[in-house]
Design a protein around this ligand. Structure first.
Ligand code: MG
Ligand code: MG
Length: 261
């Protein structure tokens, strides 16, 4: 079921997404070689609770943490661990959800750990750019397939592959609502976008093959060929003419400064 939100509800959802954005910036401050993914998780949970909110992912279908931290060939849903230490040259997708005032916010960013190879930087840049290509299509009157096609065509033109099994989604009172928002598809196909819909667009883009496997922990999705994967996500409200991005990377970019790619 697709829920249409009132302007008041969208403003509440903006508050949740702004907390997500700032929590990701807190994480950005401590990302460095030698830091564990559990350290990132603790920092985010503390920040979220200090802001009177609840981590959306903690306990969701049994997920054991506040963040999903997915390193290098891990695509999404990596579980933070005291035994996983970031290394120079790694990338880590950090996905965060926040629940406050009855509404969820959901956003993700893939960070570099120290210096990353030019090939991987290009994958990150392309994936982030493809998110905004998708967002350009997320306006009243367009269809889900227009968003999907924009992401897919941009990434495939750069020589990358698009994950099929994991997709974006509606977001609101529930973390995952209709409609489904695949990162691949045909222009003009799928449900029509309407004012008041809020969707999470989240390209998951692989340097090599698109296929994934799920690790034995039952959560972590990684590339079958163990080549790197990137992931960026915004929650956006559908409007006439221009999408309203409820989350933001502005706080992250302030922390990264000239290290931003
Ligand atoms: Mg997310
Ligand atoms: Mg999501």
């Amino acid at each position: 079921m697709t829920f249409l939100k009132t302007d008041e509800q969208i403003e509440l959802q903006r508050i949740s997404n702004q907390i997500v954005a700032k929590a990701l910036a807190e994480v950005a401050k401590i990302i460095a070689p030698g830091v564990s993914t559990s350290d990132l998780d603790k920092r985010a949970e503390e920040f979220i609770r200090d802001n009177g909110a609840i981590p959306s992912f903690l306990g969701y279908k049994g997920f054991p943490a506040t963040l999903c931290t997915s390193v290098n060939e891990q695509i999404v849903h990596g579980i933070p661990s005291t035994e996983v230490f970031l290394k120079e040259g790694d990338i880590v997708s950090v996905d965060c959800g926040v629940f406050k005032n009855g509404f969820h916010g959901d956003s993700a960013y893939t960070f570099c750990v120290g210096e990353v190879s030019p090939e991987i930087l290009k994958l990150l840049r392309t994936t982030k750019e493809s998110l905004y290509k998708g967002i350009e299509q997320a306006v009243e009157g367009k269809r889900i397939g227009d968003v999907s096609y924009a992401v897919q065509s941009y990434c495939e033109a750069a020589g990358y592959s698009v994950v099929r099994e994991m997709i974006g989604h509606g977001v609101g009172q529930h973390l995952h609502e209709d409609p489904e928002v695949p990162n691949y598809g045909r222009r003009g196909s799928g449900s029509k976008l309407k004012q008041g819909m809020v969707i999470a667009i989240e390209p998951m883009i692989n340097m090599g093959r698109r296929e994934l496997v799920t690790e034995q922990d039952g959560w972590t999705a990684r590339t079958v060929d163990r080549k790197p994967s990137a992931h960026f996500e915004h929650s956006v409200a559908i409007r006439k003419g221009k999408a309203d991005i409820l989350s933001t990377f502005e706080y992250i970019e302030q922390v990264l400064g000239d290290k931003e790619f």
